[in-house]
Design a protein around this ligand. Sequence first.
Ligand code: SF4
Length: 433
Amino acid sequence: MLNIFIGAWSWSEHKICSYHSTIIYNFFKKNWYNLVKSPDLADFIILNWYPFEENEEKKDLLTIWFYLKKNLNAKIILIWSMSWMMKYMDWFDRVILIWAKSLNKFDDLFEHNFSINTIDVDNVKFFIPLYFDSLNLDLYWYSWMNIESKYVFSKYDLEITWDIIKSWNYIINENIEYDYEKYNYLDDISWEYPIEICTWCWGYCTYCDIRNVAGFVNSVPLEKVIAKINRWISLWYKKIHFIDEDSASYWLDIWIDFADLLNEVAKINWDFKLRIFYFEPWRLEKLYEKIDKNVWNKVDHFCVPLQTNSQRILKLMNRRYDINNVIEIVKKIKEKNKNITITTQFIYWFPTETFDEFKSYFSVMNIFDEIWFWYYSDRKWTKSVDFIWKIDKKEMMRRLVYLWKIKVKFLDRIFDKNETLSQWIKIFNNRDF
Ligand code: SF4
C-alpha cells in the first residue's frame, strides 16, 4: 500500500486550502491508504497552497525544492491553485499537477473503492508541510544583499524557470528532522461545520491572478445548502462556516443571489452562528437593502475587503463601489449586532499610490475590528503588471516603516498577513531611514 503525505498552508480563518486538502485526505483515508506523518516516509507528497503573491510563491518554491532534494524517491502532486499558478513546475517528471477541474486524475492514479467525487468533509484539518526554520527564509530572501535583486518580482522575472531557481543557490539542511508532533495534521478545533457554497469569484481585479486561473463561478443549489445547515445544527453544531473565495459571488451561475441565501438562513429558527469569510464590498452595497436585517444577529464574522481607501486607486483596481457608502453599511450592521466582528484588508504599494493615500488606510482603524495589510506585487498575466509609476524601493521601505510603527501601537488591530513586517524588522534595525 502506498504511503501518502499531505501538506497545505491555509490561512486559519479562511480555511479554503484546508478544506480542499481535507477532501484529498479523506479520499485516501476512506480508500485505506497509509497517511504518514512525515514526508520522509511518503511515496507521494501532496501539496496545496495559494501562491497569490510573490512572497507566498517564493515560499512554495523553496518548499517544493526542499522536498525534491530531500525525498528523492517521492513523487510530488501539486493541487488546486498551485497547479495552475505554478505551471512552470511541470518541467520536472517527479511533479504532477492536478487542477481543481481535473480531480478525476486521483481516481486514475490511485486504486480506489470510493471515487474522489463522492468524498465529503465534516471537519477541516490543517496541514503544515514543512518546518519553516529549515527553509532559511531570512538567509535567502531577507538578508540585505538580496533585497534589491530578489525581494520584489519585477515584470521581467515573473516567469520563473528552473535555471532561475538554480541560480538562487538555495542550500537545504538535508538532515533536518521533521517535527510532525508540532506541524502535522492538526484538527480544526473551532467546531465550525464547513459548507462549500460556491467556487471562485465574479471579479476582474487588475492585480489579481485568480481570475486567470479561475473558471466561472459554480454555486451549490440553495436547497442543498439549507438542507446541510439544517442537518448539522440538528446534530448540535453551533457554527457554520461558508467555504468559498467570496461568498457574495454566490449567484452568478444560478441566478439566485447571496441575499436570497442569507434570507433563507435568517428563517432558520435555531441558535447558531454563521461565519462568512469574504463579502465583496460591491455586492454588499448592492444587496444590503435586500438582506433580512435579522440575519446579522446570526453572523459572527465577515471581511469586507476594501483593498484601498482611495476611490482613484479603486478604479485602477477595476473595483466599483463607493468606499464611504460601504463604510456606512458596516456601521449600520455593527449597530444591529454589537458582537459581530467585521474586518477589512488593504493592498499597499499599489502602482501610483501616494503617501497620503497610503496613510488614509489608517483612518478606518476605529470602524473595523481588524485590518489586514497585504503588499502589492506584480503577478503573472495581470493587467497591473503594465501600470506605470510603480512605487520605488526606497518609498516601499518608508511605507513599511510607517506601517511597522503604527502596528506597534495597534497590535491587536493590524495584521500583516504576509508577515512582511516581522521579516523586515531585522533589516530596519540595521539601517537609518
Ligand atoms: S474579487 Fe478580485 S481580488 Fe477578489 S478573488 Fe476575485 S478577482 Fe481576485
